[in-house]
Design a protein around this ligand. Structure first.
Ligand code: CA
Length: 186
């Protein structure tokens, strides 16, 4: 019996190591779910899986759902730029989603789907029910061809009851396209 225990321990450790090594290739975002909970945005506006959600073209853009290599799930928001001198998309539910004063976090993932790296500004507007802007902040990024996380901690001022998002850029031309997915206001 004295000699048996170490042997069992060794076998157990070896099995654990083997299991860990075997699990490594699949141990990315597929297995470990880091999706934040408590999104103020609705499901489709967040993940584009069932439709465009509340996203709409604003200027110099065509919007569609891309099902080629979404950041998560099957679909992402494809922003096709149709003209030079700037582009924009925004929500269609003015004055926005219900939101409370205090600390929040804004996150999204973005990549360039056609063309080269472009500037991407996410404007976060904290509003009251009348649609008055109480404060706005711009979260800037410059995504390339790989999915890149954009995020910032923000504080909604007193009186905030709504949050509104705009995504804009000053670069690009017809034929360029970006994709956005996993959009959160927490
Ligand atoms: Ca998605």
């Amino acid at each position: 019996m004295k000699g048996a225990a170490p042997s069992i321990v060794r076998v157990g450790a070896g099995a654990l190591i083997a299991a860990a090594l075997g699990a490594l290739p699949a141990c990315g975002p597929v297995v470990v779910d880091h999706t934040p909970e408590g999104n103020i945005l609705d499901a489709d506006t967040e993940d584009l899986e069932g439709g465009l959600g509340h996203w709409q073209a604003w200027y110099a853009t065509d919007l569609s759902r891309s099902t080629g290599g979404a950041r998560r799930g099957r679909a992402s928001l494809r922003i096709a730029i149709t003209a030079s001198d700037g582009w924009g998309v925004q929500l269609d539910n003015w004055p926005g989603f219900g939101a409370a004063p205090g600390p929040h976090r804004v996150e999204l993932w973005a990549r360039i789907a056609a063309g080269s790296a472009l500037d991407l500004d996410t404007s976060v507007h904290w509003r009251d029910d009348a649609g008055k802007d109480l404060e706005s902040r711009v979260v800037t990024a410059r995504p390339g061809g790989d999915w890149e996380k954009v995020g910032s901690d923000l504080v909604a001022p007193l009186g905030t009851t709504r949050v509104w998002l705009e995504i804009t850029g000053s670069e690009g031309r017809a034929g360029d396209a970006l994709e956005v997915d996993e959009i959160f206001v927490l």
